[in-house]
Design a protein around this ligand. Sequence first.
Ligand code: PGA
Length: 248
Amino acid sequence: MPRTPYIAANWKMHKTVAEAGEFVDALLPRIAATQSDVVICPPFTALTAVVERRYGTAVKVAAQNMHEAASGAFTGEVSAPMLVELDVEAVVLGHSERRQHFGETDEALARKVPAALAAGLEPILCVGESAEARDAEQTEAVLERQLVADLAAVEGGELGGVVIAYEPIWAIGTGRTATPEQAQEACAFIRDVLRERGAPAEEVRILYGGSVKPANAAELLGQPDIDGALVGGASLDPAEFAEIVAAA
Ligand code: PGA
């Protein structure tokens, strides 16, 4: 069975509750005919505003991070059960901005991914190499190291419930997109690593992220191993994001 395309809007630290509501109201009529999974990842404060508007539509809602514990003395953190209570369905884990600016480690991710799955949240695990690693031809080594470490505590069979986002750090927010060939090669490699880990690799959705725009979406999404996109900057405008959804 072909994999259902998966197009996710990673808003990062953008949009108030009011702005989130306006976005969803403008987006829904534009994507009414889509057969793809459309996922919106708002900041924690705007999760409920998006959840309430998307009932009865194809839109799913994801948080941008979570703590691995269900509760505890972790000031400033949010847990998987708290997200599930809001009817959030998925969670972005290991985004490179969290790894770079907030000290997110592979060890923490190895606990977060199974905690998300156990709570019934679909993890969207981000992996990707730096410019230096790509120049040193270390892309595959970095991807394999991240995947093996971050998924260490997930049984092969359970990996069908994980979404992987390949996001080369040098392409995020830079306007510099990976070529379709580079992105396809990395996503195919990720699928091979998952297969070796015992995953039902043909079922796993693997996304590309990094300066995806309406102008480059169709070519990227046309690659055999690219099943969707994690869109940052271009997901903030409903018309632009709807064009990317339409390209899938
Ligand atoms: P970008 O961000 O589309 O703005 O490059 C992608 C991401 O960080 O997920």
